[in-house]
Write a protein that binds this ligand. Structure first.
Ligand SMILES: [Zn+2]
Length: 105
């Protein structure tokens, strides 16, 4: 009788799992984070230090959620909840940068 080719044979092929790259798991698909344009604390985690939207590599989001994330950040920018650029940060006297020198009026 011939042996069935199951999981036992798979490990004997010589290829170990450590060689394969671990796939990026989208934090929004797993429910660890929720995209909301009003939630500035969460959205600011997916911005770079210059205020631009992080790439899919840095955000680890899937294509669907990366589009939704970009849309939420752009919406928050329009409502002046998030900065458009680093220049905007010091002009408006916001997040993390010294504002005293450049503040107007
Ligand atoms: Zn996703």
């Amino acid at each position: 009788m011939r042996r069935s080719r199951g999981l036992a044979n798979w490990s004997a092929t010589g290829r170990t799992r450590s060689l394969t790259r671990k796939p990026a798991i989208c934090p929004f698909c797993t429910g660890k984070a929720i995209i909301d344009y009003k939630d500035v604390a969460t959205l600011s985690q997916y911005l770079t230090s210059h205020g631009s939207i992080g790439s899919r590599h840095t955000t680890r989001a899937c294509a669907k959620h990366q589009r939704a994330l970009a849309r939420a950040i752009k919406r928050a920018r329009f409502l002046a909840l998030l900065p458009y650029a680093a220049v905007h940060i010091w002009k408006t006297g916001g997040v993390g940068l010294p504002a005293s020198r450049h503040r107007r009026s």
